[in-house]
Design a protein around this ligand. Structure first.
Ligand SMILES: C[S@@+](CC[C@H](N)C(=O)[O-])C[C@H]1O[C@@H](n2cnc3c(N)ncnc32)[C@H](O)[C@@H]1O
Length: 261
């Protein structure tokens, strides 16, 4: 707890959205969870890294790779990408010290704190309108874009924020959630380079006896692009919440899939 408090106050992020809306707190909690769930999360990270390396093979040139939702960097084969590409751009709303230290080891790796929805400043003050993101679309050197376990996360904090602080109805929140997911898909499709989308496809909750109690669509009913088929690595189960991690009564597994857009 003390360590987490220290991480919060000492994090150098200047981004008011990251602190005020709770993204920094969530990043710190996620790093702690990744440590507790090392075995199950480690397998998931390995699958992500393999998928990114497959995506890299599809890039015709290797000038710049742009990774959206880089977060902890645990799911990125950073050493290989740094050798293969001239430039590696890692984007997230917030980076913790561990990610900053790791990225510093590579001359051609840059961490960029940026809101990929380009809508959060407005949402933070109560306007539930979604912009069409445009960052890096004008950079012709981007040969590979990876959206990394990000798209289904985009609505979670903003929708909760609007409901809790601005009395936005559940129905309006639902529409905003769908819009954030769709805008990210359209954004990815607007790049000229190869685009790889790694994302949850389904969540399943189990009780303490291991029986299924709920199955849900993390895409807010937006149709997700089809999963690439050529190799078994393109879908896997991620035991995101082993029994006892956040509840003694419930566990959760997500099916993660990879698409090329
Ligand atoms: C499930 S995590 C995956 C992160 C990373 N790939 C990992 O496993 O550590 C989702 C990430 O999306 C980031 N994120 C959420 N909303 C964002 C936004 N609007 N702009 C940029 N990053 C965002 C979070 O900070 C978090 O790091």
């Amino acid at each position: 707890m003390l360590k987490e408090l220290w991480q919060y106050v000492s994090n150098p992020t200047e981004n008011p959205v990251a602190k005020k809306m709770g993204f920094l707190t969530e990043a710190i909690a996620m790093e702690a969870r990744a440590k507790h769930c090392k075995a199950s999360w480690g397998t998931h990270y390995q699958h992500c890294q393999t998928a990114i390396l497959q995506a890299s093979k599809r890039a015709v040139q290797k000038r710049t790779v742009l990774i959206l939702g880089a977060g902890s960097l645990f799911d990125i084969p950073l050493g290989v990408l740094s050798t293969q590409f001239e430039k590696v751009l890692l984007v997230d709303l917030v980076f913790l010290k561990s990610a900053r230290n790791l990225a510093q080891q590579f001359d051609n790796v840059e961490l960029i704190e940026h809101d990929v929805t380009e809508s959060l400043e407005r949402i933070m003050v109560g306007f539930p309108f979604v912009d069409t993101p445009a960052a890096w679309l004008d950079d012709p050197s981007i040969d590979l874009v990876v959206s990394l376990n990000l798209i289904t996360q985009l609505p979670l904090i903003p929708v909760r924020w609007l409901i809790e602080h601005f009395e936005v109805s559940e129905q309006e929140g639902d529409i905003l959630g769908k819009q954030l997911i769709l805008a990210h898909l359209l954004y990815l499709q607007a790049f000229n380079g190869e685009v790889c989308l790694i994302a949850d496809r389904e969540g399943v909750e189990f009780n303490s006896a291991g029986q299924e109690i709920d199955r849900f669509d993390p895409w807010w009913d937006v149709e997700s692009p089809s999963i690439a088929q050529p190799d078994a690595v393109y879908t896997w189960q991620w035991e995101v919440m082993p029994l006892g991690e956040t509840s003694r009564h419930k566990s959760q597994k997500n099916r993660v899939g990879v698409s090329f857009l």
